[in-house]
Ligand binder design. Structure first.
Ligand code: GAL
Length: 442
């Protein structure tokens, strides 16, 4: 009976992911193309091991600008320790796993799991792969490598279910950040807003100055969902934001209507070509000074620093999404051990490198995230990193919906679809109605 309901749950996850992927056929094609070119790169550069020590296939969505530098540094580190292992970088392009999650679902369903894969801590791990009994518990691994006290308890909780630990966090990203162009703010005498009302004023000031106030790239809908989730956090506050995911706050609550109204106002200040840009293209507008601000997780910091070669607190600045200055929207990328892989011990060797302070300090300064480990070396990070480490210690921690931690994939897929419709139609009443309907699946 339990087995039957688990396979039913698994099928639902697969279907919702495939539906999500099919709804953006253009980017799927892009992904397929980029994937093919990744394979070429892999053959040339990543798979440098002889293979005598086995093959390790690492699955993620970290390709291209702002995404892959950290991963490649981690792979380099692993290869320097295990030169005989052939590493295959099986990344599938598309921010927030837009395409990767569907490819992964098909592979898992076909009993062809990668050696290890990127998965967000929280619902994305626990309600999909763990619930479908497809992951090995890692409690012994944590014991053996003495990792139990190396990660904040909150993170261990996010990667645990029913007393078992199922993955290893490589980082902590913050989702409620606004990045802005320093020169644009200075030239127009604008200071960082802390409340939603001040934010509305800044949007108008930038508009009056002839600059696109907020760059958005919702070619993939999750970027708009991320703005909405930050508005939910601002209007509900951290406690009731968390209560949304347990069903204790209803989606027709007045404060959610208020968040939707703010969202509508904000949409009046975004670049006209938002629907044809992805998050990097939108962030680039800020880097170039064509737009004042963008709301993005701090993988955008990696993009600004490494790809656009901009300097932190000189070329670009940052502040918490207005109304959420005391809060930290947590996004954690983790890797686990799927059941049925060829060489579980080899996967554990990789997870151990990823879990080490050395591994985390190779990955995170490039990725824009902070280390998940509590004892990593702060001197390896610039001011953005050290500020964020401090904020993580002193903020209310809340799980991101857009990045898989707060609620199931099925619910997230529906929200992304409704947000996409809202961005075009801007009908608050209809949006709320659809959210209430979708919440039935929470
Ligand atoms: C998130 C992921 C980040 C980053 C971002 C954009 O879901 O956690 O590491 O990759 O998507 O693709």
């Amino acid at each position: 009976m339990l087995k039957r309901s688990l396979s039913l749950l698994f099928m639902m996850v697969v279907i919702s992911l495939l539906v999500a992927c099919g709804s953006d056929s253009e980017s799927s094609n892009d992904a397929a193309d980029e994937n093919a070119s990744n394979e070429e790169t892999d053959n040339n550069s990543e798979s440098t091991g002889s293979g005598e020590g086995g093959t390790l296939e690492i699955f993620s969505w970290w390709t291209g600008a702002g995404e892959e530098d950290g991963l490649l540094a981690l792979i380099d580190l692993f290869e320097s320790k295990y030169p005989d292992v052939a590493v295959e970088n099986a990344a599938v392009a598309g921010g927030a796993g837009t395409n990767a999650k569907a490819v992964l679902a098909a592979r898992m369903q076909g009993n062809d799991p990668p050696s290890t894969f990127q998965v967000h801590g929280g619902a994305e791990l626990n309600e999909s792969w763990v619930a479908a009994d497809m992951m090995e518990p890692l409690n012994d691994f944590y014991e053996e490598y003495e990792l139990m006290d190396k990660f904040p308890e909150e993170l261990i909780d996010l990667v645990s279910k029913d007393g078992n630990i199922y993955s290893v966090p490589v980082n902590i990203h913050r989702g409620n950040v606004i990045f802005y162009n320093k020169a644009v703010f200075e030239d127009n005498g604008i200071s960082e807003p802390t409340t939603l009302d001040e934010f509305m004023d800044v949007l108008q000031q930038l508009q009056d100055a002839g600059v696109t106030p907020l760059a958005m790239g919702d070619k993939e809908a999750w970027t708009a969902t991320q703005i909405f989730e930050n508005l939910l956090l601002a209007t509900l506050g951290p406690d009731d934001y968390r209560n949304l995911w347990t069903g204790d706050v209803a989606f027709d609550d007045d404060r959610i209507v208020e968040a939707a109204e703010y969202f509508k106002t904000i949409l009046g200040y975004v670049n006209e070509d938002h629907a044809s840009r992805n998050w990097q293209d939108a962030a680039q507008l800020v880097g170039e000074g064509e737009a004042g601000m963008t709301n993005m997780g701090d993988w955008a910091k990696g993009y600004f620093s490494n790809d656009l070669e901009l300097e932190t607190n000189v070329d670009f600045g940052y502040f918490a999404f207005p109304g959420t200055t005391e809060d930290f929207m947590v996004i954690t990328d983790t890797f686990g051990l799927p059941k049925g892989v060829e060489d579980p011990e080899l996967v554990k060797e990789f997870l151990n490198v990823l879990a080490s302070a050395e591994g985390q300090d190779a990955f995170n300064p490039l990725k824009g995230s902070i280390p998940a480990r509590v004892d990593a070396d702060p001197s390896k990070y610039d001011e953005y990193g050290t500020d964020t480490m401090e904020d993580f210690q002193n903020s209310n921690l809340t799980p991101s919906l857009a990045h898989g931690s707060a609620a199931s994939e099925g619910f997230l897929t529906k929200v992304n679809q409704e947000v996409n419709i809202f961005v075009t139609q801007q009908n608050v009443e209809q949006f709320i109605e659809k959210l209430v309907q979708a919440a039935g699946d929470l």
